[in-house]
Design a protein around this ligand. Structure first.
Ligand code: GCU
Length: 409
């Protein structure tokens, strides 16, 4: 049955079984004041800015707009993969602008620079002919794990990434450890937050950015840097990420339209899974264990998801009409794979309004039947919470398809 009969204005009717709370889903195509969004102009001029502001206000917090001083230092540059790739290590440093740092009673910590080491693999052949599209993804455990893995254990985030395969398909890969931008602890005295504090401020306010906002900000700063590199196709940088970093990736793509495509892998609660399902990780669970990821205001929706002004399908919609690819894993029940599918599915009307194909599947596909042909794509594969070589191959399939074939370059 559809929960359609007594819905408040601005709510989208969806089958009752899809949500655990009454009231349907917030409709991406109805403005907060009830005005329907009928044209692309309505979307771009009214609804998109309003939705972005709502995600800032209630979920991720506002990202400060102020400038920082950026330093760039190339640490190493060599040829790897039997001559097929150029490997570059660059240190980016972020400092409070001199004037602000000199303010008489500014925080001591606020003046400390934040250093991020970016590792980039670029296909040598592409550099010679045309700049390469690049996957940009933060990593969990350090750049060396991305390259070499770790003998330590079977932890999926310790697996090396398929750099050779991606390079051979024509893609560059850029990465940095997320903790360089903001250590993943409930402490706001470190990482990039203090670079923006007002005098005397020690942590973000009720509606200001948490750690996900900081990681997303960092992705945009790394993008600034990549766009300066003539070996990188500035108009084809794909932001990707797994789990908490899949949440950061889709938020980054929503905020920064320079990202050509977004990939959100096993991103679950606070990522692409609908909060109103309350299946697997809930708003209550995530805001108790990881309160620092969001703005403080998000915790107020624990146990009252029906009153959230937004839900996560609207975050996917903010990427439209750019390609977005959502990936689930069958045994990753904590991330609610069906909720991730619905997050993609209910973003479709915005793609369609903007003249792009929405998700080409109305039912969740079976495992290993990726939905790659539509601009909004999805797959679910067997197995647990991880970003596997097979997942990466599907991301590249979607990028090939929607950002232009790369073979023969
Ligand atoms: C925890 C957390 C998830 C997150 C995951 C990860 O499981 O509850 O929200 O996605 O960590 O980042 O691996």
């Amino acid at each position: 049955s559809e929960s359609g009969t007594d819905l408040p204005a601005g709510r989208l009717a969806v089958p009752e079984a899809e949500l655990s709370v009454p009231g349907g889903l917030p409709d991406p195509l109805v403005c907060a004041d009830g005005t329907p969004v009928r044209t692309p102009a309505d979307w771009w001029e009214r609804r998109r800015p309003e939705l972005l502001a709502a995600f800032e206000q209630h979920v991720y917090g506002r990202t400060p707009g102020g400038a920082v001083e950026v330093g760039v230092e190339v640490l190493a540059e060599d040829t790897v993969l039997d001559g097929r790739a150029t490997r570059v290590e660059t240190r980016l440093t972020f400092r409070r602008p001199a004037a602000a740092a000199d303010a008489p009673d500014s925080q001591g910590t606020a003046a400390d620079p934040v250093a991020v080491t970016v590792l980039t693999y670029l296909p040598v052949s592409a550099a010679a002919t045309a700049p390469a599209p690049v996957f940009l993804a933060l990593n969990f455990r350090g750049n060396e794990i991305v390259e070499n893995g770790s003998a330590a254990d079977a932890d999926p985030v310790q697996h090396p990434w398929p750099l050779a395969e991606l390079v051979d398909r024509g893609y560059g890969v850029a990465t940095a450890c997320y903790q360089d931008l903001d250590p993943d602890v409930d402490d706001f005295g470190n990482g990039v937050h203090p670079l923006f504090y007002a005098t005397g401020q020690t942590r973000p306010g009720e509606h200001e950015w948490g750690a996900l906002g900081a990681w997303a900000w960092g992705l945009s700063r790394i993008l600034d840097h990549l766009r300066e590199d003539r070996r990188v196709d500035a108009d084809r940088v794909i932001v990707a990420g797994h789990s908490r970093l899949g949440k950061a990736a889709i938020w980054a793509a929503a905020r920064d339209e320079r990202f050509a495509m977004a990939v959100s892998n096993n991103s679950g609660c606070g990522g692409v899974a609908l909060s109103r399902r309350r299946i697997g990780e809930t708003v209550e669970a995530i805001t108790s264990t990881f309160p620092h990821w969001f703005c403080p205001a998000f915790a107020a929706y624990a146990g009252r998801e029906e009153s959230l002004p937004v839900d996560q399908h609207q975050l996917v919609a903010l990427v439209a009409p750019r390609p977005a690819y959502v990936a689930s894993a069958q045994d990753d029940t904590w991330a609610d794979p069906y909720g991730e599918f619905l997050g993609a599915k209910y973003a479709s009307p915005v793609y369609e309004l903007l003249g792009a194909e929405g998700l080409a599947a109305t039912e969740q596909p079976s495992v290993d039947r990726p939905v790659v042909p539509s601009r909004l794509g999805y797959h679910i594969r067997p197995g647990g919470h991880a970003m596997t070589d097979g997942d990466w191959a599907r991301f590249a399939d979607a990028a090939d398809r929607h950002l232009g074939q790369l073979s023969g370059r």
